[in-house]
Design a protein around this ligand. Structure first.
Ligand code: CTP
Length: 421
């Protein structure tokens, strides 16, 4: 008998895939119509399988019209075609969004009482589930146990976002934005067999730039957009990791499935990172903390002097977060730093970078050449990655997500090397 493998149906061509979109009965079902649109507009064939309760929120006609495919909720339509076997076998990606507590429970326990759960059992492709429900239902030990079971089987289950729920409530339980769910799901399908190699790991990623307030309206800051950190966070989610993203002053869309902690100053970034580091398997310091902060922050707007004199701002040095993380590192934890370097009279980019790696004591240092400007705010990047053992990896110019995946590959290698020592 063939053993169960959630990756056997790997999509070899991710340009035109057969996608199954399961929709369960929650208020966020209306967002699945947009998700469906994103998949079909990207050229994929999507078969929507709503649950009976989902049709209370969005009717069959909407799913059929938007997908151009027949829609059924149970296995009793077109029985001669044995639909659940046919749809499941042909699926190259199966997404359930939103998934209710009930659908999670049925999936975790292998129940097969409608077309969606039957299809889930016949499919051998990557599976991504995006739950959405009230906070209490998400946090209930029964739901958490079901999520753990599914994750252990190689299913990528996204943590819900925090925000407005049905009615006036807010909390954890909101469906992430469809664009981000679509990106994560397609990435999962693209990676295929290696899809969830960060499953069971908690990674902390920092992103963006620290802002040091001078007064209520002014700050000292830097050009970091946070794009590289966000790329690290979303690629880690697509590889099954639990991700804490600590974001300083970013304006990018929230990646699906992350725990997002917003900070502004470098001291806030420091506190949030040290707190999250206690239970992290890897920390990637992609943020650009400010090295200095004003000693005093005026509690009113600093006014111009009539005599034309300018204020003198005294600066204090901020903590070196990376160096402190290395000092308080827990066993087996991998710590990754970034360095934006230019060469000068004292040394080349690589010489400066090697010295920084030794000074900071991190496992990997991702070095960007910023002599020609660029990098900040761009979607693409090239880098050299140094390791403590002297291994160098050149990553050619490509997307920040491609660089992120190389960083995660090297993180996985470092965990294995630590295990073997
Ligand atoms: N970093 C940090 N805390 C700081 C400054 C930097 O954790 N206060 C981290 C950055 O997130 C990055 C790495 O250290 O991962 C290197 O940052 P960089 O600015 O290149 O290092 P500095 O120590 O500030 O060195 P330099 O004197 O070259 O600016």
């Amino acid at each position: 008998m063939a053993s169960y493998s959630p990756t056997a149906g790997r999509a070899s061509n991710t340009e035109d895939m057969n996608i199954v979109l399961g929709v369960a009965g929650g208020i966020a079902a209306y967002k699945a119509a947009h998700l469906l649109r994103l998949f079909t507009e990207a050229g994929h064939t999507v078969r929507v399988i709503p649950t009976e309760s989902a049709l209370h929120f969005v009717g069959e006609a909407t799913w059929a019209a938007l997908s151009g495919q027949p829609v059924a909720t149970d296995v009793w339509a077109n029985v001669h075609e044995v639909p659940h076997v046919d749809i499941g076998r042909r699926a190259q990606l199966l997404v359930i969004a939103p998934a209710t507590a009930n659908t999670l429970a049925r999936a975790a326990h292998g129940l097969a009482d409608d077309l969606l759960t039957n299809t889930l059992l016949t499919a051998r492709c990557p599976v991504l589930i995006a739950p959405a429900m009230h906070t209490e239902m998400w946090e209930h030990p029964a739901t958490q146990a079901n999520v753990a079971t599914l994750r252990a089987r190689g299913v990528v289950v996204l943590d819900p976002a925090v925000g407005r729920l049905t009615g006036v409530d807010t909390g954890k339980g909101r469906l992430p934005e469809p664009e981000e769910i679509a990106w994560t799901a397609l990435r999962l399908a693209e990676r295929g067999a290696d899809q969830a190699d960060l499953t069971g790991h908690h990674v902390v990623v920092t992103a963006g730039g620290g802002r040091e307030a001078l007064d209520p309206v002014r700050f000292l800051g830097n050009h970091s957009s946070g794009r590289q950190g966000y790329a690290l966070a979303r690629t880690a989610v697509a590889r099954g990791a639990r991700v804490t993203l600590i974001a300083a002053n970013t304006v990018l869309p929230d990646p699906a499935g992350v725990e997002l902690v917003r900070v502004s100053s470098t001291q806030e970034l420091h506190a949030a990172t040290v707190r999250a580091a206690y239970e992290a398997d890897a920390i990637v310091m992609a943020a650009a903390p400010a090295d200095f902060r004003p000693v005093k922050q005026a509690d009113h707007k600093i006014k111009k002097e009539v005599d034309g004199s300018a204020p003198v701002i005294e600066l204090a040095q901020n903590p070196d977060i990376l160096a402190q993380l290395v000092r308080s590192r827990i066993d087996g934890q991998v710590i990754v730093g970034f360095a934006a370097e230019t060469g000068d009279d004292e040394g080349s980019i690589l010489e400066h970078a090697r010295a920084k790696l030794v000074r900071k004591g991190c496992d990997l240092l991702v070095v960007n050449d910023v002599s020609g400007g660029g990098v900040f705010g761009e979607r693409h990047n090239a880098a050299t990655i140094l390791s403590r053992t002297g291994v160098v990896r050149q990553v050619p110019y490509g997307t920040k997500e491609a660089l992120a995946d190389v960083i995660w590959d090297l993180t996985v290698d470092t965990w294995s090397a630590n295990d073997n020592n």
